[in-house]
Write a protein that binds this ligand. Structure first.
Ligand code: UDP
Ligand code: MG
Length: 317
């Protein structure tokens, strides 16, 4: 059985269409499907529509969250309620074309654990959004300690194995796009053209986009914490040069030393030292930051136990 997971926040205009389109595709696939919706504290008729769908179709499940938590947490709530042997995460606005489900299921049967859809193009997005998104992805790629897949969102199929791994990452400040890379497992890329929103409006305005982007960097990279140390080194280098100049001025009788020169040196030197120690503290904080997530040390793909030692274990018992 495969679960289709769709978080929905004020999606009354498009939910019905989403349901129809998804069913059209799943009907062509020889598998059982569960449709799991997460109502993320919608203030419109979303919940009512979900109730009606559930009443008329017993493949439909839904989780109604107590308030609006945002897509990241809504997805996490979804992961906890998936009953299928695999899950396909989709936006409720039909920007992720349901036709891809077929290909995802095929690759899953070929043995892949994470079949992710990569955007070949994006429709209905402003040139501004496209450009900033391009810059953002390349910046993130350079900074993050585990590569985050470019032009890839949450639209993907995860096997039960990958899902269980993801469920063990319980951090509350979530950046799921990075977590798919953290868990590893066999990944397969498929390409698609991102559609325009079928109806309704985007829930991410510029402010939300910026916050999300900042969140991505701070959760995948500790580089900003190290920046202070880097600037400290530059300041110390300038202090050193100032020092040399001052010494030369003091030794050569033909030159006069400005009294503020030493003051300048002191300011640079102390400033640089402070910055370096901030950088060192950043290193420690970065480690605390990683530890507090309490993620598992590793995820196991497969384990083979040597038969011989299996017996020994039994004898002991
Ligand atoms: N969403 C959600 N909670 C939120 C915001 C969005 O569950 O607080 C859902 C939304 O209903 C949609 C998906 O997340 O299914 C993507 O949102 P949207 O289409 O607004 O984002 P965009 O595609 O414009 O980036
Ligand atoms: Mg959308």
């Amino acid at each position: 059985m495969i679960t289709i997971l769709a978080p929905a926040y004020n999606e009354e205009e498009v939910l019905g269409l989403f349901y129809t389109k998804v069913c059209e595709v799943t009907d062509q696939i020889d598998e059982d499907f569960e449709l799991l919706f997460i109502n993320d504290g919608s203030t419109d008729n979303t919940l009512k529509i979900l109730r009606d769908l559930a009443a008329s179709d017993d493949r439909v499940s839904y989780v109604d969250l107590s308030r609006n938590y945002g897509k990241e947490i809504a997805m996490a709530a979804g992961f906890d309620h998936v009953k299928g042997d695999a899950v396909i995460i989709m936006d409720a606005d039909l920007q992720d074309p349901p036709e891809l489900i077929k290909e995802m299921v095929r690759e899953w049967k070929n043995g892949y654990d994470d079949v992710y859809a990569k955007r070949r193009s994006r429709k209905g997005e402003s040139a501004f959004k496209r450009l900033t998104s391009k810059w953002y992805w390349s910046l993130l790629a350079k900074m993050s300690y585990i590569p985050v897949l470019k032009d890839t969102g949450d639209f993907r199929l995860l096997s039960r194995k990958a899902l269980e791994a993801l469920k063990q990452c319980r951090e509350s400040e979530r950046y799921t796009k990075g977590m798919y890379s953290v868990i590893g497992f066999k990944k397969k890329e498929i390409l698609f053209d991102r559609e325009e929103r079928a109806a309704g409006k985007t829930k991410y305005n510029l402010k939300a986009m910026l916050l999300h982007a900042f969140h991505g960097i701070t959760s995948m990279s500790v580089l900003p914490l190290k920046l202070a140390g880097f600037f400290g080194l530059i300041l110390l280098a300038i202090a050193f040069i100032t020092f040399l100049v001052l010494i030369i001025q003091a030794i050569l009788p033909s030159m006069t030393t400005e009294p503020w020169g030493w003051l300048l040196f002191l300011i640079l030197f102390i400033g640089g030292l402070q910055m370096i120690f901030l950088g060192i503290m950043g290193e420690y904080i970065g480690r605390i930051f990683k530890e507090t997530k309490g993620r598992p040390l590793y995820f196991i793909n497969d384990y083979h136990n040597g038969k011989k030692f299996d017996k020994r274990q039994e004898q002991k018992e």
